[in-house]
Design a protein around this ligand. Structure first.
Ligand code: ARG
Length: 402
């Protein structure tokens, strides 16, 4: 205890974050490096990672299961926001960063540490998300980021690590850079760096190819309460199980692969491949239910704010006054988003085939119908259109005189 220099390090077990441990001790004269790894449903054994941090010289190595809060407090709000960065990417990596950052901050405060650290490089978005989240939660903490300071290649990092007892990665190095959690996988680098080269089949792990997905389609029903997904095919599921179920259904039928050119915060364009089967499916169904239960003007305003919400989360402003204000707007709209969506999964597609809401449907059949029960007053349309087009009529009569 007392006044030793202490850091809480976001630790993943990879080459970079492992090298951070001796680097923080030697170059920054930190005595206590406390490694922190989070289970976000990446399906990876965390005990070897915990031990690896100790081997690398951490004074303590902590692992925490954050799957539940990750889905409940980060993924579910993103579903209610129909969050798609640049209209495509459901933020599977971006959503994890503020959660990890908040745990780093809490640990730093509990342990009386002056520093927090991460292994992000200077080229990516994750450094921005960590740094901004930490700054919003505990502006007094100092952030150390060795990977922005050293200029070592991957090979040099492995040699550097070995000097300090960190075993070189056993598996043959894949050419790809991968990030993984229960919301999806992101794959970059290797041959993907040529935007014209199709992603080789080997990069995908969660989602079947169209060729290998079942010939037979599968129709499922997803129900929502206050904009939160609550059941699949009538079976109530807790958030984590619901996401796992959506992942496996969509993944099996080849739905949820993304191939895009993305604009990073630091100004770089990058070619990104994502697999995000469950989250994309849930967003799609949620959007559909909103089309039935929200009024046209709310839908229009919400879709503009969704874009802003997604940009904020992508750019690291999860904890910010504007994001909070947008959340309040979204919360108030979601009171009405109750009901069920029917969707057919088949060969890479998720095709909406129905939607219903017993309490909030704004689709009123005796107004919408073309049948005999029609209650719509057709004659009122004439006066409405006269006034609706009046400004145009005046403009036309004036300009035609010229
Ligand atoms: N481009 C994506 C994002 O910014 C994925 C980042 C993946 N992160 C990583 N450290 N490999 O959200």
């Amino acid at each position: 205890m007392g006044n030793s220099r202490k850091v809480i390090l976001a630790y993943s077990g990879g080459v970079d974050t492992s090298a951070c441990i001796p680097f923080l001790k030697n170059e920054y004269q930190i005595e206590d490096v406390i490694a922190f790894a989070a289970d976000l449903g990446q399906g990876e054994e965390l005990e070897p990672i915990r031990k690896k941090a100790l081997l690398a010289g951490a004074s303590e190595s902590l692992v925490e299961d954050l799957i539940e809060p990750f889905i409940r407090d980060f993924a579910f709000p993103a579903i209610r926001a129909n969050a798609l960065y640049e209209g495509k990417y459901p933020l599977s990596t971006a959503l994890a960063r503020p959660l990890i950052a908040s745990r780093l901050v809490n640990l730093a405060l509990e342990r009386n540490a002056e520093f927090v650290a991460h292994g992000c490089t200077g080229k990516g978005n994750d450094q921005v998300r960590f740094d901004l989240a930490i700054a919003s939660l505990a502006p007094q903490l100092k952030i150390l980021s060795p990977a922005r300071k050293w200029s070592m290649s991957r090979e040099e990092l492995i040699v550097y690590g070995e000097k300090y007892g960190i075993p070189a990665p056993v598996s043959k190095k894949s050419p790809y850079s991968i990030d993984l959690n229960l919301l999806g996988r992101s794959i970059e680098a290797g041959s993907l760096e040529d935007p014209f080269i199709a992603p080789p089949e080997e990069v995908f792990q969660l989602i079947s190819s169209i060729e290998e997905s079942p010939e037979e389609s599968q129709e499922i029903e997803i129900s929502f309460e206050k904009g939160y997904p609550v059941s699949i095919d009538g079976k109530a599921l807790e958030p984590v199980l619901l996401l796992r179920t959506a992942n496996s259904l969509a993944g099996k039928h080849g739905f949820g692969r993304i191939d895009m050119i993305e604009n990073r915060v630091v100004g770089i364009k990058s070619r990104e491949i994502y697999e995000s089967p469950g989250l994309l499916l849930l967003i799609k169904c949620h959007q559909e239910l909103e089309s039935l239960t929200l009024s046209a003007d709310v839908l229009r305003t919400k879709s503009q704010l969704e874009r802003q919400w997604s940009d904020l989360v992508y750019q690291g402003f999860w904890f910010s006054p504007l994001k909070n204000a947008l959340d309040s707007f979204i919360d108030s709209t979601q009171e009405d988003v109750n009901g069920t969506v029917k969707v057919k999964l088949h060969k890479g597609n998720a095709i909406i085939t129905g939607r219903k809401s017993s309490s909030n449907s704004l689709y009123v059949s005796d107004i919408s119908t073309y049948g005999a029960e029609d209650k719509f007053d057709h004659s009122s349309a004439e006066g409405f259109i006269y006034i609706w087009g009046l400004a145009n009529r005046l403009w036309a009569s004036v300009t035609s005189k010229k």
